[in-house]
Write a protein that binds this ligand. Sequence first.
Ligand SMILES: NC(=O)c1ccc[n+]([C@@H]2O[C@H](COP(=O)([O-])OP(=O)(O)OC[C@H]3O[C@@H](n4cnc5c(N)ncnc54)[C@H](O)[C@@H]3O)[C@@H](O)[C@H]2O)c1
Ligand SMILES: [Zn+2]
Length: 348
Amino acid sequence: MITITDDNFSSLNEFLNRKSFSKIFILVDENTHEYCLPTLLGNMETDLEFEIIEIEAGEEMKNIQTASQLWEILTEMQADRKALMINLGGGVITDMGGFVASTYKRGIQFINIPTTLLSMCDASIGGKTGIDLMHYKNMVGTFTFPEQIFVYPKFLETLPFKELRSGFAEMLKHGLIADKLHWENLTKIHKLDAEGIIPHIQTSMDIKQNVVQQDFHEKDIRKTLNFGHTIGHAVESLYLNQKNPILHGEAVAMGMITEAHLSYLEGLISEEDALLIIENIQKYYPYLDISDFNDEDIFNLLLNDKKNADHIILFSLLSGIGSCTFDYKCSQKNISESLKFYRKLNDA
Ligand SMILES: NC(=O)c1ccc[n+]([C@@H]2O[C@H](COP(=O)([O-])OP(=O)(O)OC[C@H]3O[C@@H](n4cnc5c(N)ncnc54)[C@H](O)[C@@H]3O)[C@@H](O)[C@H]2O)c1
Ligand SMILES: [Zn+2]
């Protein structure tokens, strides 16, 4: 269940006092320790004992070494099976905290309090927990739902602009795949800041939650959440070896532009709709330079995509503004064409 909490965190307090937990463990990174924990602790009203566990910030921490340290800390602090883990942070904290909680002593309860836009609208919802392994993202993990998700949108006020814009890409995606009105409302936001975005968070959370409820194990409709992520992930991976890495949402924005054009080339949407989508995404995201990568680099990664079956590249493509297909096989020619289209946008 997702609850938008008030300034007093009364829904969280009600939850903590209703259940009989033995002890609380709050997982934070250095930034959420500084910017979010004081607000949480200042409002938490419970007699339960609690401990703070802090890790360094960043995706590099989402690995088995950190998970192992967390299991050890829980053991040393004598966390029993009635302990509660509170994951206070972005997707790294909710993914890894959820993974550690869902495996420690075969599973203790945990709740997510997401503090980034990406984690509020995406990562904290849907029950996927996990860590990275070698160079592969989210290779090891579990499907485990948090007991509850408490969202306090004002945490976004301290989030850096680029992180906010990154999470906004997922919101745009939600509108494009499932809700035309949501898309239209989002594209009316002139200045991307917490104030402008907060009124639309609930709709995005509802879309993600609704899709997940219909298809928990990603057999069909959940795949629509991958719109923009096939080409987006490939480019994100290529950027991992570059000096200046990019944020997930920046890669997804690029992916949504190319895949909107691909949807048009495959005859699924009109040229007019494709252009409207592309122009609006370009309003928020600067052109992403992909000149260092050739089509072959991108194709090699596309062929390795987790969603594929029998070495055929499968896409989730738009069938309108607000509707999406999945398991769609595209011709190699059209994929190349859409990359060419993207490259040309730089000259425009
Ligand atoms: N489980 C899922 O379904 C799912 C879905 C999408 C993404 N993810 C995962 O989520 C992760 C990315 O999440 P993210 O973008 O939230 O990254 P993140 O957790 O690294 O947070 C981004 C940065 O913002 C800082 N931060 C967090 N909250 C803050 C606040 N309120 N004020 C100031 N700074 C703050 C963090 O310390 C960090 O430096 C990836 O590991 C990705 O794989 C998971
Ligand atoms: Zn994403």
